[in-house]
Design a binder for this molecule. Structure first.
Ligand SMILES: C[S@@+](CC[C@H](N)C(=O)[O-])C[C@H]1O[C@@H](n2cnc3c(N)ncnc32)[C@H](O)[C@@H]1O
Length: 232
């Protein structure tokens, strides 16, 4: 993954500060976990999550789905170590592994997972790798299992997308107010770079449809952040 170095700048405290520029961050994470809650109504289910980082999305999933078990994957050593610490109260229900996402899910048996979930991760991937992740996530799901991705999805209408991007850029002004102009510069550059490989909502849904996913829906959107769900 050639964007790994770039992502390394946004860990720990700096990622915490990112939440200041994303006022709906918590609502967005809740929406990811809630899709699983609504579908499975507190059943004993198996969930796979990729790009868990320190465990923000993971914690919501575990909290809101108290009988579930989660296999959480991230390829970053420091973040998986922090996730194990942050999620220690869920001992026995979560297994955090430092491994490449595609490699991790390729090793899983077909039709063995009830829900595949991820947050703010797939948009970072190159197109071919994204497609492989979508395809493998479909393979591992049980029939009726669900896919949930909360992520930056570019709207099809380019004027709307541009407005979302400009809104996001404006949010980074908060870093000047807290005397961190360096973060404004870094996040602005990161977002412009993201935009070069923007994950388009309509194209992504079409790829999923071709793979075989059914009932593909955008269940939440706040500016660029959207939660997309689908069923096998
Ligand atoms: C922005 S964080 C997402 C954290 C959390 N899910 C959230 O929504 O706030 C994305 C994570 O994906 C991880 N990642 C990037 N490429 C990966 C890969 N190829 N395999 C596994 N994890 C990867 C990064 O290390 C990072 O921790």
């Amino acid at each position: 993954m050639n964007r790994k170095h770039e992502q390394d700048r946004f860990a720990g405290e700096e990622y915490e500060l990112f939440k200041l520029a994303c006022p709906h961050y918590d609502e967005f994470q809740t929406m990811i976990a809630q899709q699983i809650t609504e579908r499975f109504q507190n059943k004993n289910i198996k969930i796979v999550e990729i790009g868990c980082a320190e465990g923000y999305t993971t914690r919501k999933i575990l909290e809101m789905n108290p009988k579930s078990t989660v296999y959480a994957i991230d390829n970053d050593k420091a973040r998986t170590a922090l996730a194990r610490q942050m999620l220690r109260r869920y001992h026995g229900r979560v297994h955090v592994e430092q491994i490449d996402a595609l490699e991790g899910i390729k090793a899983l048996t077909s039709g063995s997972i009830d829900a595949f979930a991820t947050g703010f991760t797939i948009h970072n991937f190159p197109e071919t790798y994204r497609r492989q992740i979508l395809s493998e996530s479909y393979r591992i799901l049980t029939p009726g299992g669900i896919f949930v991705n909360g992520d930056k999805y570019a709207r099809a209408d380019s004027a709307e997308h541009q407005a979302d991007l400009e809104w996001q850029m404006e949010q980074f002004n908060i870093f000047e107010q807290i005397n961190r102009p360096d973060l404004k510069e870094l996040w602005t550059a990161h977002n412009l770079e993201d935009d070069n490989i923007a994950m388009k909502e309509d194209e992504s849904k079409e790829t999923m449809r071709i793979i075989g996913f059914k009932n593909i829906r955008t269940v939440y959107r706040n500016h660029m952040e959207a939660v997309i769900t689908a069923e096998k």
